[in-house]
Design a protein around this ligand. Structure first.
Ligand code: SAH
Ligand code: SF4
Length: 419
């Protein structure tokens, strides 16, 4: 791939190809999408603007880009008419390319997107009565091979850039027609208590929440995910409160502290099993960072409290992780580490060739009751968008599928490096 370079990722067996910060297009213009204000200013200076102009114009362009969703310099009305063509000659404001858009019978929408260099990934929008959640991807594919996850069977992996990550949110706002028309609101929402969300409160707006639960392991693409979410949380940018954003990790322990410190969003952890044997099998990263280490990192997660609980995701796999004993052990562990926790039980979503089945509804109910009785919330997540393969774990683009033998080999290699 001409536009990528190899970059080591913490805890990673193989380096993941990472797209460069800036990939000039064939016509030489630079895509500003995903860049912070300071970087836009630098680029304006490099292109020949004087200091004062660069400062003012970068502020204006940043506002049009992220707060108003404008992609055409001509529409940036407070920028001098003569300046607009100058900008358009040198820069563009991109979006991921839409390959296909699908609608589920339950209202869920899925978009198949492509990067400029042709890698496909997916994003899903899940409307509910009181909220609308956008499920955002962080990588093309995933290196982690969780046994029940379709994304984990994808061979091709590349980290998405900040522009490709924030671009998903921009596209969703485009599709839903949700850019504010009015004046800019400079309120800094990055540290508020939710009371200050003047522009982006739930009422009337469809897209209210973001979950980093699409394709990929966000903490294996930490810098890009952080930089993208900073644009999303910035009051001068997309202005979505960090309280409305949740990042899900399979348990990349060394990055969890930085996630709390540098991003500060809600944390969800894909626990899925309470014994070493079972978690080693279904979430192979467990061989590297075990359950105790993971739960300790959760107990230390900056910002977690009873008001901001950590979500533990638990996929219900028939005859694998769904007994009463497992539920009791889950409660014991959460109490032992004194975790401000809620549990999200996810009925397993099937995909062709999966080695597991979903637990029966009665089993899921019984499992949930045990946790509830211990005073911990344990709702069952209703599967959404199954008919268009948009539900948790069903995302997989046409990029090559790994063979079973390849997956076994990789799992063995991961095990060897973990020891
Ligand atoms: N890589 C991150 C985030 C993406 S996956 C992570 O693993 O946490 C989002 C959630 O869907 C995770 O909890 C994941 O374990 C779960 N999931 C994956 N495959 C699934 C499937 N087939 N059925 C139900 N949930 C699944
Ligand atoms: Fe990757 Fe998450 Fe799927 Fe595991 S569950 S393979 S970490 S996307």
């Amino acid at each position: 791939m001409a536009d990528t370079q190899l970059m080591p990722i913490p805890g990673q067996v193989d380096p993941v190809p990472v797209a460069r910060d800036i990939t000039p297009r064939a016509d030489g213009r630079i895509d500003l999408m995903g860049l912070p204000k300071a970087r836009i200013r630098e680029l304006f200076l490099e292109a020949g603007m004087d200091d004062k102009q660069a400062k003012l114009r970068s502020k204006q362009v940043y506002h049009w880009l992220y707060h108003r969703g404008v992609t055409d310099f001509e529409a940036m009305t407070d920028i001098a008419k003569t300046m607009r063509p100058w900008l358009a000659e040198r820069f563009v404001v991109g979006r991921p390319n839409v390959v296909e858009a699908q609608h589920s019978t339950d209202g869920t929408r899925k978009w198949l997107l492509a990067t400029d260099d042709g890698h496909e990934f997916e994003m899903v929008f899940i409307p509910d009565a009181d909220r609308g959640t956008l499920c955002v991807s962080s990588q093309v594919g995933c290196t982690l091979n969780c046994r029940f996850c379709h994304t984990g069977t994808m061979k091709l992996v590349r980290n998405l850039t900040p522009g490709e990550i924030v671009g998903q949110v921009m596209l969703a706002r485009d599709a839903l027609g949700e850019w504010p028309k009015g004046k800019m609101d400079f309120a800094d929402l990055s540290d508020d208590d939710g009371a200050n969300e003047s522009e982006y409160r739930a009422d009337g707006r469809l897209l209210t929440n973001i979950v980093m639960m699409g394709m990929g392991e966000p903490l294996y693409n930490f810098d890009n995910v952080r930089n993208a979410l900073r644009l999303v949380m910035d009051g001068e940018g997309l202005a979505l409160s960090k309280r409305r954003i949740t990042l899900s990790t399979s348990g990349v322990v060394p990055m969890m502290d930085r996630c709390g410190e540098e991003i500060g969003v809600n944390l969800a952890v894909s626990l899925h099993a309470v014994t070493k044997d079972i978690r080693d099998e279904i979430v192979p990263i467990n061989k590297k960072y075990g359950i105790e280490e993971l739960l300790q990192a959760c107990a230390d997660y900056p910002g977690a409290s009873n008001a901001r609980r950590i979500t533990f995701e638990y996929v219900m796999l028939r005859d694998k992780n769904d007994t009463d004993e497992h539920a009791h052990e889950l409660v014991r562990l959460l109490k032992q580490y004194d975790l401000p926790a809620k549990v999200n039980l996810i009925p397993f979503n099937p995909w062709p060739g999966a080695a597991y089945e979903c637990s029966t509804p009665e089993r899921i109910r019984a499992f949930s009751n045990i946790i509830f009785e211990a005073g911990i919330s344990a709702p069952v997540r209703t599967p959404r968008g199954r008919d268009i393969d948009a539900a948790c774990g069903q995302l997989k683009t046409a990029a090559q599928k790994k063979s079973r033998a390849e997956r076994d080999r990789e799992a063995a290699a991961a095990e060897a490096t973990a020891e």
